[in-house]
Design a protein around this ligand. Structure first.
Ligand code: DX5
Ligand code: ZN
Length: 218
């Protein structure tokens, strides 16, 4: 599969989300929406009402990353609202198979996220239930953190596990993705890249997306 870029609006101006989404709509593949509840992670962002408004305002499909304590309760609602992809965290889900199936049944891509210290092996059996694996390359909760190189071997393992470049399951990375780190993550086998500060911290967010794509395709 071709490289895909998913700019994270966590680093955008929350008072102008529609404009911030429009700024990357011709360059990016997805718009990454970080939902945080101040329980699963020590930060609070936005929830379903804002996602529902963004779904009306943004042209790009929404890639909703739920960093919340009770994804089993909430994830299906994001899919039903019209998100293109819904990611739940393995560390938080109590019934991941049921929840991933509910996401798919509502018409969205079902995705499972693993924190840096969560072993891939524990979740290998769930692969038939997922459309994407999200390997966190920072501890979740904040934008602008440093890429954790220790995750690179896990990205390699994930690529081996899901199969070659045209595998049905996508491998997404999130955290500290910038011009230099995206090359290492792509070389290790990731094919979907979330970038917050590298896109919205740039003067020209669309150009930043193109630069990331070029670096990943190298
Ligand atoms: C962090 C979020 C990320 C965040 C990435 O917990 O999941 O999506 O926006 O930000 P950067 O790209 O700045 O590391
Ligand atoms: Zn995220």
């Amino acid at each position: 599969m071709a490289i895909q870029i998913s700019p994270s609006i966590l680093s955008a101006d929350f008072a102008h989300l529609a404009d911030e989404a429009a700024a990357v709509e011709n360059a990016a593949d997805w718009l990454h929406v970080d939902v945080m509840d101040n329980h699963f992670v020590p930060n609070l962002t936005l929830g379903l009402p804002i996602v529902e408004s963004l779904l009306k305002a943004a042209k790009l499909p929404l890639d909703c990353h739920l960093m919340i304590e009770d994804p089993d309760r909430w994830a299906p609602a994001y899919a039903e609202a019209g998100a293109g992809s819904v990611t739940i965290h393995a560390e938080a889900a109590k019934a991941p198979v049921r929840t991933l199936r509910a996401i798919r049944a509502a018409g969205a891509r079902a995705s499972l996220a693993l924190n840096p210290a969560t072993p891939l092996e524990s979740y290998a059996d769930l692969l038939p239930e997922v459309d994407m694996l999200l390997l966190m390359t920072v501890e979740p909760g904040f934008g602008g953190q440093k890429f954790i190189d220790l995750v690179l071997p896990k990205i390699r393992k994930a690529r081996e596990l899901v199969g070659g470049r045209d595998a049905a399951v996508w491998v997404q990375v999130d955290g500290g993705i910038a011009a230099d780190t995206i090359e290492r993550a792509a070389e290790a086998g990731a094919d979907v890249f979330v970038a917050g500060s590298a896109v919205y911290g740039a003067e020209d967010p669309a150009a930043a997306v193109e630069a990331l794509r070029a670096a990943a395709e190298k």
